[in-house]
Design a protein around this ligand. Structure first.
Ligand code: ATP
Ligand code: MG
Length: 406
């Protein structure tokens, strides 16, 4: 709490650190809207619980988060930007329903800000407030203009003063911050994400979380045939992605032995397709354990030989769960662009030894025939290899915000 004196010298208390969160109206308007809002509220609470959160209040079409006065606003801003389901938010001052107090508070808060033009934008949800929104705009605008000397500019203002009149109080802010959009994580069930350490799969994971999926991660590695770099990168990627779903489980699956057996009995051009089919089977077995109902990959049509329509169909045949490929219609530059924005690109581009490079030819088959693939697989004990891989997988847990060691 901070205390201020208003124009008449009357002292009053303010709760300075609040965030007013607006969620995606359209997606939440259907019958189960209260469920979505509850989930969003839970996720918001998890994301900032360690930053002096006092409580979260339900307001009409918004959520109000109240923080202690000493809270770290920069960190709060950063965390809220990562929560799916948020359309936008503002860090706001909350004041009593009184126009004179509001004007004084705004002026006080503007003290350190340089601006030569401004506009006032009011939303009045509490219709019992005596003035209409245009009247409030004029009153507050006239007051700021007289005290600051800045001019009013409705189109290109340096500064927008946003005022919201709600039954709970009056809120104002100077900045609307874009949220991560989408749906609250958990709203769309659970899926298993195949994550490689490359550029594409983390972007695919992000896009599915943004649609409300909670993900369990599965990574295949070829230790001891290759080194551990891909595992370390994957851990860093999962850590980064966990910012959006707050808790993640990662399965690290030893894949080298399976690859060795495939290599021993399958002609070179078909190997990559067989690797992929085994990955799908193992991921599906893990999905069943995790009560997940779909698999997610970073495949993008025709990006590499294993991603032609013909090969995707043969790979898909090995799994019975739906395989979600959110990048299927994106081109590489678009994917890279998003990888940079979600901060996975720097991790993905660290050199590593990826398991798919092991024992594969320069020119794999682009049109694998299912009959050839089934014939090759008949020489392997597919169920036993699948089961062994699941049993030998190591499991790691990730939390965000990270749990502090005492
Ligand atoms: P990425 O950048 O995600 O590695 P990519 O363009 O390199 O994709 P591929 O290597 O053909 O494409 O892999 C296609 C998809 O298969 C990946 O996006 C990922 O979902 C899955 N995948 C590939 N290798 C692995 C692995 N080692 N562990 C887990 N999943 C993998
Ligand atoms: Mg790859």
């Amino acid at each position: 709490m901070r205390s201020h004196a208003n124009a008449q010298g009357i002292c009053y208390l303010t709760l300075v650190n609040s965030a007013l969160v607006h969620y995606h109206e359209i997606a939440l308007k259907r019958g189960n809207r209260p469920y979505f809002v509850r989930l969003l509220r839970q996720n918001l609470a998890t994301s900032v619980h360690d930053l002096g959160l006092i409580g979260i209040k339900h307001l009409p079409a918004r959520l109000l988060l109240n923080f202690e006065a000493a809270a770290n606003l920069e960190e709060i801003r950063h965390r809220l930007q990562g929560v799916f389901g948020v359309a936008n938010f503002s860090l706001v001052e909350n004041c009593p329903v009184d126009l004179e107090v509001l004007k004084a508070r705004i002026l006080n808060a503007l003290d350190a800000r340089p601006f030569s033009s401004f506009r006032v934008e009011t939303k009045r949800s509490d219709k019992t407030f005596p003035l209409t929104s245009p009247q409030i705009n004029r009153e507050v605008g006239g007051f700021i203009k007289a005290r600051s000397g800045a001019r009013v500019d409705l189109k290109n203002a340096d500064l927008t003063v946003s005022i919201e009149i709600l039954p709970d109080g009056v809120f104002f802010s100077f900045e609307k911050i874009a949220g991560a959009g989408g749906l609250p994580v958990g709203a769309s069930g659970r899926a298993v994400s195949l994550i490689s350490g490359g550029i594409d799969s983390p972007v695919a994971a992000y896009r599915m979380m943004q649609r409300g999926c909670r993900l369990t991660f599965v990574h295949f590695h070829s230790v001891p045939y290759l080194d551990k770099t891909s595992q370390d990168k994957t851990r860093d990627l999962v850590r980064q992605l966990t910012r959006h779903q707050f808790a993640s489980r990662l399965y690290l699956v030893p894949f080298g032995e399976i690859q060795r057996q495939i290599v021993a009995s399958v002609l070179r051009p078909l190997r990559v397709v067989l690797y992929r089919r085994m990955m799908m089977r193992i991921a599906e077995a893990i999905a069943r354990k995790e009560k997940a109902s779909a698999l997610v990959t970073g495949e993008s049509l025709a990006q590499v030989a294993s991603q032609t329509l013909a090969n995707l169909a043969v790979i898909e045949e090995a799994a019975s769960m739906p395989i979600l490929r959110p990048l299927v219609g994106m081109d590489k530059l678009e994917i890279i662009d998003q990888a940079r924005r979600i901060r996975t690109f720097e991790i993905s581009t660290i050199p590593d030894q990826d398991c798919c490079q092991l024992f594969v030819p320069r020119h794999p088959a682009t049109k694998a025939r299912l009959s050839d693939v089934l014939d090759a697989e008949s020489r392997l004990d597919v169920p036993a290899l699948t089961q062994l891989a699941v049993e030998k997988a190591e499991v790691e847990e990730f939390k965000f915000p990270p749990v502090r060691q005492r």
